[in-house]
Structures are given as C-alpha cells and as structure tokens.
Design a protein around this ligand. Structure first.
Ligand code: SF4
Ligand code: SF4
Length: 386
C-alpha cells in the first residue's frame, strides 16, 4: 500500500478513540470544497452547475483551516471544482499540513505541473489525480482531447519531485471491465495508488444516461476484480469496501463519515447530496435528520455505492470485526457465488428538489455582501477625501 504505515496507525488510533469514547457519529475525512469553479466541464459532474456569481466565490484560507479544526477529522480531501484554480491553495494546504492533517488534493491535473512549486513534499500530502480510464475514455469523460496526456505528464513530474500521487476514477455505465482492468494495469506502471467509485447520479449532471445502478455496479466490479487476481493493483480502499462493491457486503451508508464544507456552509447530509446547509459542523451533526437518508430510505440515495458514503461504513465494520476484515484481505474479493441481500427499496421517501431555492438564497446573500462592501468602500473614500 502507498499509505504510510503511520497514517494507517493514526487513523486506526483515531477510530479506536471514537469507539472508546462511545461516539455514535464522527467524521473520518473532511471533504473541503474551497470553490466550485473548474477548468473542465465533465459530463458526469454534478458540482459546477452554478451561476457565475457562485462559481466566482472562494472560501478563504482561514475558513478552510477553521473548518478542519471544527470538524476534527484526521484527513482532509480537497475536491472542488478545481482546487488549483484557487489563488491561496498553496497556503491552504500548508496550513492543513501544519495541523498534521493528511491532505488529499484532488485535481484534474491541467494546472498541476505549473503549480508544483506551491507545494512541498510531505508524508501528509497526496495529489489525487482525476483519471477516469485510458486515454480515449478519459478524454471523452472530461469532454476535452489531450487531458489524459497532460494528467499523465503531471503525475510523472510530481512523482519526480518527490510527491506522493494517487489517481481517482469515477466509473460509469458502459465502461467495459476489460478496459478498467487495463487502466488499473497502467496505474501499476505509473507507480500510483488508485481509488475507484461508481459515479453518484447527480441530478444536475449533463449526462443522466450513464450512471450505474447497484446491480450493474456489483456485476461490473466482480468482473474487474476477477481480472485482477494475482496482479498488484494498489487500491486506496479498505478490503471491506471493495468487497461491498463486489456485492459481498450489505452495508448502509455513513453520510457523516465524510462531511462536506463549501461556500454554502456544511452540506446536509453528505458530499454527494445537497439538501440544505448548516452554519457550523456541530449544527450539521445535531440538526440533520440522518435517519431519513440512505439507500432504501430516500429516492436520491437509491443507487449510491460511492466511497464517501460507504468507505466509513467499511472502516467501522473492520474495527468492529477485525477477523472478518483480515479474512477478506487474505482470501481476496469474492467474484462469484450469491451476493449479499439487497436493501429493500419499497419504503423510500420521494425525492425533494431544492437546488434552485438554495442557489437563489445564496445569490441574494452575495448581492447583500456586495452592496455592503460597496457602501463601506464609498464611506472610506468619502472620509479620505474629507
Ligand atoms: S474535473 Fe472534476 S470538478 Fe471539474 S468538471 Fe470534471 S468532475 Fe467536475
Ligand atoms: S446513500 Fe448515503 S452517501 Fe449516498 S447520497 Fe445518500 S446519504 Fe449520501
């Protein structure tokens, strides 16, 4: 594994501490989105469909550090948008590393080579490069030719400078298992770890046709893992999460395991699904009606098997049942035979659509802020002139 031993120890120790303290809900990874603006427009993306006034907003470095302190999770993942567009990204990462947070900076890598000087290699810092498959597949997924080559070149440059690099792939329907297996072989050649997750069916993504349902996801991952027997694919996931993807574990999601903070506030209930916002992390934990979310409970969660919801479940399961976790890692992922029973979907509540309402609310806040800033500026100018 590319994960340093002490990181595993620290995270294991953190989980154990939460268990000993009897905490029912606690975060594992803070998903920090300091901006939504991106320099790509991928067809499966559900994060960039905002008006310009919102895409132009940034969290300040101080807001990012405060979020990490408030939440207390040992890891911080920085997705976006494209975090390398943020002018203070070097500063933000430096402050998080100083706090001894493990930082995973998620990037489409278009700006990575140019911006490497902003960062210093550290056991606390990982670049997680968005790569959805081999060249043709990736360039199609991100709707731009040449992106794959630039990403691979940036991965090599970052590794040559001493940085740890992983890749993250979102898997959609229609991606043949053989191709995914070849892509995983390539990650071995590049010497990078890989995380993979079925794409969450974002309601605002331009392409709604290619999201995997749960049955197809399990079948696809079984086929992929069957091709990986004896290979040295370096997954940045727990064995139990991979076993879940292959349909061998019946898990409910842990939406508070990877809480999301962005320019709107703390997102309810999780990184994937925006159903309202809280001002503080405590408010998020105390006021979200957690029982009403998850597969089988809410229509928008029906097909979700994404790592941010289920990796924390797998981590807790490993803590509660280490022998089972050890057995899965020794035996490998089961790729044939009956699957674990599927969650009953007959009682899920219908989807609610509040995206536009939230956007309008944010836009009116932005307008108020801008008016106040303009008034202050005018008052300052008047007092200097006087
Ligand atoms: S690179 Fe990431 S944030 Fe940017 S459009 Fe693609 S999926 Fe969305
Ligand atoms: S199933 Fe869980 S992790 Fe997935 S969208 Fe629903 S609440 Fe979020």
């Amino acid at each position: 594994m590319a994960i340093p031993f002490f990181k595993e120890m620290r995270i294991g120790g953190y989980l154990l501490k939460q268990k000993m303290l009897g905490r029912k809900r606690y975060p594992l990874v803070l998903m920090l989105e300091p901006l939504f603006r991106c320099n790509l427009a991928c067809v499966g993306c559900g994060k960039i469909d905002y008006p310009d006034a919102i895409l132009n907003r940034r969290m300040t470095a101080q807001e990012c550090w405060d979020a990490a302190d408030e939440c207390g999770a040992p890891m911080v993942a920085i997705p976006g948008g494209e975090p390398l567009i943020h002018k203070e990204i070097g500063e933000i990462v430096r402050g998080l590393v100083e706090r001894k947070k493990f930082v995973s900076l998620c990037t489409n890598a278009l700006l990575l080579e140019k911006k490497l000087d902003l960062f210093t290699p550290s056991p606390y810092l990982f670049f997680s490069v968005h790569l959805d498959g081999l060249k043709d597949h990736h360039d199609k997924a991100v709707s731009q030719k040449g992106v794959f080559d630039r990403a691979v070149s940036a991965i090599k440059a970052a590794k040559a400078r001493g940085f740890t690099v992983n890749v993250n792939a979102t898997i959609f329907d229609g991606h043949p298992a053989e191709e995914i297996a070849k892509f995983l072989d390539l990650t071995v050649e590049l010497g990078v770890g890989v995380s993979m997750s079925p794409g969450y069916a974002y309601e605002r993504a331009p392409d709604q046709e290619h999201f995997l349902n749960r049955t197809k996801t399990k079948k696809l991952f079984r086929d992929v893992f069957a091709m990986g027997k004896g290979k040295k694919w370096n997954f940045m996931h727990s064995g139990l999460f991979l076993d879940f993807l292959a349909g061998n574990q019946e898990y409910e999601c842990t939406p508070w395991g990877m809480p999301a903070r962005n320019i709107f506030g703390w997102q309810k209930p999780c990184y994937l699904l925006g159903e309202g916002y809280a001002k503080t992390f405590k408010e998020l934990m105390d006021t979200t009606d957690w029982e009403t979310y998850g597969t089988g409970k809410y229509e928008k969660c029906a097909d979700c098997m994404a790592h941010c919801g289920y990796e924390p479940t797998a981590a807790t399961a490993a803590l509660n049942n280490p022998l089972k976790a050890m057995w899965v890692s020794l035996r490998g992922i089961k790729t044939s035979g009956p699957m674990a029973p599927e969650i009953d979907m007959s009682k899920q509540r219908p989807a609610q659509y509040i995206f536009s309402e939230q956007v309008q609310k944010k836009l009116s806040e932005i307008r108020k802020d801008e008016a106040a800033a303009a008034q202050e500026k005018a008052a300052r100018k008047a007092s200097t002139a006087a």
